[in-house]
Design a protein around this ligand. Structure first.
Ligand code: CMP
Length: 139
């Protein structure tokens, strides 16, 4: 199986609830390595750019408002099959549908405030990591 990278964001709801440590413990416990990390308060243009693929969706305004309401922790994760492994660890987008042991089950509130983001494919991960980390930070 291939060593991959994926982008993780600990969202404002989880940062507000002081869940950064608990979430990183789950990530490391799953065998994923934190290769880079930044805590940042996303501006509106940065959040809109990151979620541009969703701009026609009815929830886009709500999503951008939520993602800019407080700081987030952005991380590049690395490991075997990292994209799928992290998506499995996150659980379903809607925490109500997430299974026990997942990050969203333990720390998410609802489909909007769902604690974490993870890239959906290896190619997306490459673009999402480059969006937040210059090449020299994640060589
Ligand atoms: P994320 O993995 O960050 O990618 C897009 C986000 O849009 C998703 O997680 C959800 O948090 C959010 N989202 C998806 N559907 C809805 C919805 N119906 N209402 C509000 N937010 C949503």
């Amino acid at each position: 199986m291939a060593i991959e990278r994926t982008l993780s964001i600990i969202k404002p709801d989880a940062v507000e609830k002081h869940r950064i440590g608990a979430i990183i413990a789950l990530i490391e416990g799953a065998g994923l390595e934190v290769k880079a990390a930044r805590m940042i308060h996303l501006s509106r243009p940065v959040a809109e750019g990151f979620y541009a693929v969703h701009k026609e969706r009815g929830f886009f305004g709500e999503l951008v408002q939520f993602m800019t309401r407080g700081p987030v922790v952005v991380m590049a994760l690395e490991g075997e099959n990292a994209v799928a492994k992290y998506r499995e660890l996150m659980g379903a987008t809607d925490p109500a549908k997430a299974v026990d042991g997942t990050i969203r089950k333990a720390h998410g509130a609802n489909i909007g405030e769902n604690a974490v983001h993870g890239s959906d494919a290896a190619e997306t991960a490459k673009n999402e990591i480059a969006y937040f980390f210059p090449g020299h930070e994640v060589p």
